[in-house]
Write a protein that binds this ligand. Structure first.
Ligand code: ADP
Ligand code: MG
Length: 298
């Protein structure tokens, strides 16, 4: 196991931020830690990275207990905190050199992490001159300096524009090939794009822990977009079995939402045939993970 969390609880004064949280992550997994703001994601990450002490429970990272063995834990993990604290006045290489000294890492590693995180084109700049996306890369490069086995990334893509977001996700996927990655986000699509597994937390409690495929199929919603050759009445559409809801996108184009384990495309095709319609297009759209997330955390 790369990360083991057993019954961790943590309160800030009267407020319970984590309530008996348990899970484990195997070596090499990329796990998304998903939850609305205030759910307790950062609190748990701070406990795993030894910045905070839990009130109750235990956690082991890379075989080391987070309370008994803080130094070994710190050497095992690369941590990108939520607001990515950087020294803005330093040049990228200066900043990385400073941290390489802290970690007693050979300076040759600096060029490696610059390469790994795609910083090369900007690597001559001061951190204050960088865009948010490049600042995140510096944070990641820093987290990778001592070549840790485990990466803990707290909302690494929050606040990035869509291009930067894609790029950082690719960097994470790439560096995650030979590491365990535990990353928090409140964006379901992010989990879908990068992760093998998702752990969902809400109000300090784990509410789901599933392989991504299982999570989608456990929630049976199925959306089918269909275009017929003629306009038809809503009443006719409403008669299709297992239909949960429908939307007329325009004239002959409909979005049908079913609740069923079965692939409903044949049923839609048969419906058209029985009603003397031709099916011009029929697409099963991706099941909406955003809806799954809302359902679980509502
Ligand atoms: P998330 O990262 O999922 O947004 P956090 O772990 O930051 O959630 O916060 C969990 C809860 O604990 C929130 O209600 C938050 O307001 C509270 N909290 C976090 N840090 C502190 C703190 N230092 N003092 C008091 N309350 C805090
Ligand atoms: Mg947070």
């Amino acid at each position: 196991m790369s990360i083991e969390v057993n019954n961790i609880s943590k309160s800030y004064g009267a407020q319970k931020a984590l309530d008996a949280v348990s899970f484990s992550i195997q070596k090499g997994e990329i796990v998304g830690f998903l939850g609305p703001n205030g759910a307790g994601k950062s609190t748990l990450m701070k406990i795993l990275t030894t910045y905070l002490l839990a009130d109750d429970g235990s956690a082991v990272v890379n075989g080391h207990d987070v309370t008994a063995n803080t130094k070994a834990v710190q050497l095992s993990i690369g941590y990108l905190p939520e607001h990515n604290p950087l020294y803005l006045d330093l040049y990228i290489r200066e900043y990385l050199a400073f941290n390489a000294d802290v970690y007693k890492v050979d300076k040759s590693r600096i060029e490696e992490v610059i390469q790994l995180t795609g910083l090369s084109p900007e690597s001559h700049k001061k951190i204050s001159q960088l865009s948010k996306g490049y600042r995140q890369r510096v944070g990641l490069a820093n987290a990778l300096l001592h070549n840790p086995d485990v990466l803990i990334l707290d909302e690494p893509t929050t606040g990035l524009d869509p291009n930067q977001l894609m790029e950082i996700r690719n960097v994470i996927k790439n560096v995650g090939k030979d590491k365990t990655v535990f990353l928090s986000t409140h964006i379901m699509q992010e989990v879908e794009a990068i992760c093998d597994r998702v752990i969902i937390i809400d109000k300090g409690k784990i509410v789901a822990d599933k392989k991504l495929d299982n999570l989608i199929s456990a929630h049976k919603e199925q959306v089918i977009e269909v275009e017929f050759d003629y306009k038809i009445e809503e009443q006719a559409i409403a008669a299709i079995p297992h239909l949960k809801s429908f939307k007329n996108i325009h004239d002959c184009l409909w979005e049908l939402t079913f609740l069923s384990d079965k692939d409903m495309r044949p049923a839609v095709f048969d419906f058209a045939h029985d009603n003397g319609l031709k099916t011009l297009q029929l697409n099963q759209k991706n099941k909406n993970l955003e809806a799954v997330f809302r359902e679980i955390t509502k």
